[in-house]
Design a protein around this ligand. Structure first.
Ligand SMILES: NC(=O)C1=CN([C@@H]2O[C@H](COP(=O)(O)OP(=O)(O)OC[C@H]3O[C@@H](n4cnc5c(N)ncnc54)[C@H](O)[C@@H]3O)[C@@H](O)[C@H]2O)[C@@H](O)CC1
Ligand SMILES: Nc1ncnc2c1ncn2[C@@H]1O[C@H](COP(=O)(O)OP(=O)(O)O)[C@@H](O)[C@H]1O
Ligand SMILES: [K+]
Length: 472
């Protein structure tokens, strides 16, 4: 997959390496800080209409290079004629921060006197490596309370940039978080990503790191080929089970997402809509139904149940040798060592299913979400879509991608079934689990954006079509 530097999601050590490469190529740290700070200042300036009427910007500067960025931002706002002041939590400690501070020609005030429109938080950035002291936490929250809005530079001060974990008891809420140089993992992970409303990226010229994770990007899709027919476009078979509604919903999503043919094989197909080809199958004749060579992808799990019949239907799917999407109840029936070679499959666990799978595959549950998703992908051989407000996609070869924040209206029953149907349709079309999972996650979030507030899962399935249209 080809991706641009702006799509990369870096760990702190990858960011440091990227900065070192820029410096080796001749850009010194002072220049990088100027690019970062001045880029961020543009966003601060736009956000701070009040600063131009004397209701100013306060920049809280810490001792490291994040604090250095703060002096650059403050000076850029001052040069534009804005009202700005700096609160120095500590004296600048790095050479670059000292130089940036020496170039700032505006006022430095004590924290108790600082109040105004915008607080720019440059206390700590990606260098924060231990919990914030009570003193710093009180300083930050006191200042935030005396300003209308807060903006975080790079990351809020009190966030672990690699894991998104909080390193403070309580953090202010930020209107904006401005990532510098590249996205960090915390920009896509809970609880960090709940700390701000909007996130923006400032480019400082960091090149693409091929080993890095990526942000899930908008897919580029095309209409079916001139000579397309329904089988060539992809036949998706959805294996139904005890609860027909979930499998129907997944089928509807698959039908709206580019598959040429969606077939539901279930024990009770009465009530299937007329656009759906439904076949009544007991456990005995399921294997025969799955022997059709034209099947491009199979979905098993939504509404499957967890009894012996469900297990038999899952096993028929597994034994068919087809490209598989396993969701919901299907995941709850997986176990090691029987299911450790699911190469080419997509697993779509939510938080509870993830925990269950980890227990059954003997995996640790105390790491950050990306590491957990990677471990499950490695243990099963499948692509893992670890769902939630911070969806992470991991591949068995170590591939990792992070979904941008999706509408929280998705937290309603049945949206997981819709995602499973999307995965199956994209798998049938692309025949590549990694590509399919990424496309499906993007389309799911876009459908949610288009569905507006308070949708139900059926509305979401219907919003897939306009979401897909936007990618043509
Ligand atoms: N290195 C570069 O080339 C660039 C770095 N940039 C900025 O630099 C930031 C990273 O700078 P630094 O690595 O200096 O890190 P920070 O500015 O985040 O601060 C780290 C400093 O604080 C100390 N520290 C860590 N946790 C602490 C705690 N809980 N209490 C008290 N002190 C603590 C560390 O020992 C270190 O001295 C980025 O977030 C970004 O804002 C940008 O200017 C772009 C260029
Ligand atoms: N707060 C949230 N913000 C964004 N997306 C969410 C949120 N809560 C859930 N989702 C998404 O909604 C879907 C819910 O799936 P799942 O939990 O399997 O639901 P169900 O089993 O009811 O279909 C997942 O794709 C998940 O990522
Ligand atoms: K910060």
């Amino acid at each position: 997959m080809i991706f641009a530097a702006a799509d990369q999601v870096l760990t702190v050590s990858q960011m440091v390496a990227a900065e070192e490469r820029l410096m080796t190529a001749g850009t010194d740290v002072h220049e990088l800080m100027q690019r970062a700070g001045r880029g961020a200042a543009k966003y601060v300036w736009r956000t701070s209409a009040g600063a131009r009427q004397g209701y100013g910007v306060t920049v809280l500067c810490g001792p490291g290079n994040n604090g250095g960025d703060g002096y650059v931002i403050a000076e850029a706002i001052r040069e534009r004629g804005g009202t700005v002041q700096v609160v120095a939590a500590r004296d600048p400690g790095t050479d670059a921060a000292k130089r940036a501070a020496s170039l700032y020609r505006g006022p430095i005030v004590g924290a108790v006197h600082a109040r105004g429109g915008i607080l720019v938080d440059c206390l700590f950035g990606s260098g924060l490596n231990r919990p914030l002291s009570d003193e710093f936490e009180a300083l930050l929250s006191g200042l935030a309370a005396r300003h209308d809005r807060a903006i975080a530079i790079d990351v809020p001060s009190g966030i672990d940039s690699d894991t998104g974990a909080l390193l403070a008891g309580k953090l202010p809420h930020y209107a904006l978080c401005i990532a510098l140089g590249a996205w960090k993992r915390a920009h896509f992970l809970m609880p960090a990503m709940a700390c701000w409303d909007l996130a923006r990226l400032v480019d400082i010229g960091a090149a693409r790191d091929v080993a890095s994770a990526i942000a899930v990007g908008k897919p580029v899709l095309s209409a079916p080929a001139r000579d397309a027919h329904k089988y060539r476009r992809g036949l998706v078979v959805v294996i139904g089970g005890a609860m027909p509604g979930a499998a129907l919903l997944a089928s509807r999503a698959a039908a709206h997402c580019g598959a040429g043919y969606v077939k539901l094989v279930a024990r009770d197909v009465a009530g299937a809509p007329d656009w759906l080809v439904a076949h009544e199958t007991g456990d005995g004749d399921l294997a025969a139904a799955l022997a059709d060579d034209r099947i491009a992808a199979l979905l098993v799990g939504p509404g499957l149940g967890r009894d012996d019949n469900a297990r038999a239907r899952l096993n028929a799917g597994l034994e068919s040798g087809r490209h598989l999407v396993i969701d919901a109840d299907g995941l709850m029936l997986l176990e090691a060592p029987a299911h450790t070679s699911l190469s080419g499959a997509i697993l779509t666990p939510h938080y509870g299913e993830m925990l269950w799978l980890e227990r059954h595959f003997g995996l640790a549950t105390d790491a950050a979400k990306p590491a957990r998703a990677l471990a499950l992908a490695e243990a099963t051989g499948a692509v893992v879509v670890a769902k939630g407000p911070d969806t992470v996609i991991a591949g068995p070869g170590g591939q990792l991608s992070f979904a941008s924040s999706a509408p929280s209206w998705l937290s309603v029953a049945g949206t997981g079934d819709v995602l499973a149907g999307l995965c199956a349709a994209r798998l049938a079309v692309t025949v590549d689990a990694w590509t399919a999972a990424n496309e499906a996650v993007w389309l799911h979030a876009e459908a949610a954006r288009r569905a507006g507030p308070a949708f139900h899962a059926g509305d979401l399935a219907d919003a897939i079509r306009p979401a897909l249209e936007s990618c043509l």
